[in-house]
Design a protein around this ligand. Sequence first.
Ligand SMILES: [Zn+2]
Length: 178
Amino acid sequence: MQAALPIALLVGISLLFASRRSSIRLSEVAWPIDLSDILRIGQSVMDSRNAHGDPHYGIDIFAKSGTRVRSASAGTVIRVSDGRQSNKESSKRAGLWIDIRGDDGLIYRYLHLGEAFPSVGKKVNVGDIIGVIATANTSGLANDPHLHFEIRKQDWTEVRGSYGDPIDPLSMLPVRKG
Ligand SMILES: [Zn+2]
């Protein structure tokens, strides 16, 4: 009986720490591609993406075409855009893409899709399948199939003509081992 009190205290203290930790975390964010499907991670945030030195605002996650893409966060689909047939250069470069406003207020962007499943206004949870990676050269600049994944502080506005500042997804995603 006497050992029960210290054990209860220990459990209590560790629960306290666990809840503190989770309250600090902004939101639950998961990898949009199953770790077992990831071939490699390419360019990271702010790498120069071409000879013009245009910044790269996300990370490239390489996987076979047809690989399932999952929502990295809980949120609401705010945009499903198909730039594949667009005359606008920036839309063409993005291919088929989805923008999701996370419940944390951040904008999660998924580019170079072959299919996009949810429609605008749909609520999604972490891990919901939202699309698949396109085959090479069919959905924007992707001569090697990959998901271009971005997290932005604000949505695109007409006035700014761009999205808000990028956040490095690697700073929010769980550490990937191996
Ligand atoms: Zn990219």
